[in-house]
Design a protein around this ligand. Structure first.
Ligand code: BDR
Ligand code: CA
Length: 311
């Protein structure tokens, strides 16, 4: 099985991904680390704890980044995920609480306890991974792999014409994480926009998940309304679940290796710029930046099937 730490800002699509991580027999969810992003940090931590409890599992949750490393914090996008991150539906009380250690410390301790075993799956802004790298740079040698839902190679952005939300929300953290020289795959909009979860898929998911299913289905209804109004499609892209689909079924994704740089400022702030391996560019940063794997596309229907059958 695949031991993972899930770094998240729940978030409707985060919630579905958490349900997958809790349910999939090949995924061992060692813990969740939370970041601000779709919601503020307290709400993110609350939702991570709640989703574990609704599934009847006691998963450690460590709270992390409350704001970006450098740029000012943006207001949470309440029109997409709801002010409570889960479509403004009524939620039960949370019983447990977060660990006493911070998210970056949890990442460092867990990776060091099982060198070579643990994958980091990050589906929010990347401040926690950046801070973990600063605490202990040797984790680059000890993680099994890092999978980041974020960025866009050719697809264009979803918060600006070029920038995807997780990278845009903390481009300085992203720049550090994406160039740290560890085995990293970017699952960005080029892949996630190929995957559309239709209302009928969601009905099937809601039926199979008990108390958690109700939360997933009702929060999805809110997210669906946003997609209908903003993009004119009846369905949602399950961005964060795609990162887990890549973990378990990488063959469903078309990938390339290359050098990746993040624009941290200016009009292209948050853009991920990719130079496929083998292309020579004169500017030194393009050969000096470590090589990563980027998803260029995905078999959308097969990814959706995987999500629905897992849940
Ligand atoms: C990403 O941004 C967030 O709103 C989603 O949860 C996902 O992680 C998609 O751009
Ligand atoms: Ca997310």
């Amino acid at each position: 099985s695949q031991p993972i730490i899930f770094d998240t800002d729940p978030g409707v699509d985060d919630a579905q991904a958490i349900a997958i991580a809790l349910a999939h027999p090949e995924i061992e969810l060692l813990g969740m680390t939370t970041t601000y992003g779709n919601v503020d940090i307290e709400t993110a931590t609350h939702n991570a704890l709640l989703l574990g409890e609704l599934a009847g599992q006691k998963i450690p949750v460590a709270q992390g980044a409350a704001a970006p490393l450098v740029k000012p914090k943006h207001p949470a996008p309440a029109h997409i995920h709801g002010a409570n991150g889960l479509g403004n539906i009524d939620l039960p009380d949370v019983k447990g609480s977060a660990l006493a250690i911070s998210a970056p410390q949890f990442i460092v301790d867990t990776v060091n306890a099982r060198p070579g075993d643990v994958s980091l799956v990050a589906v929010g802004p990347l401040g926690n991974l950046a801070a973990a790298l600063q605490l202990d740079p040797s984790i680059t040698e000890k993680v099994k792999q890092v999978i980041v839902m974020g960025g866009s190679i050719k697809e264009g952005g979803n918060v600006t014409p070029v920038a995807e939300a997780n990278i845009f929300n903390d481009p300085h953290a992203a720049a550090r994480v994406l160039s740290a020289g560890w085995p990293l795959t970017l699952v960005g909009l080029d892949a996630t926009h190929r995957c559309v979860l239709a209302p009928k898929d969601m009905d099937a998911i809601a039926a199979g998940q008990g108390k958690l299913g109700r939360v997933l289905a009702e929060s999805y209804a809110f997210y669906r309304a946003f997609y209908q109004q903003a993009l004119g499609i009846d369905g949602c892209c399950p961005h964060d679940s795609c990162a887990l689909a890549y973990l378990i079924k990488p063959e469903l994704f078309t990938t390339a290796k290359g050098h990746l740089n993040v624009a941290t400022e200016g009009v292209a702030e948050g853009q991920t710029v990719f130079a496929p391996e083998g292309r020579e560019f004169m500017a030194p940063r393009w050969s000096q930046t470590p090589v990563v794997t980027a998803c260029l596309s995905a078999d959308g229907p097969a990814v959706i099937d995987w999500i629905v059958s897992t849940l």
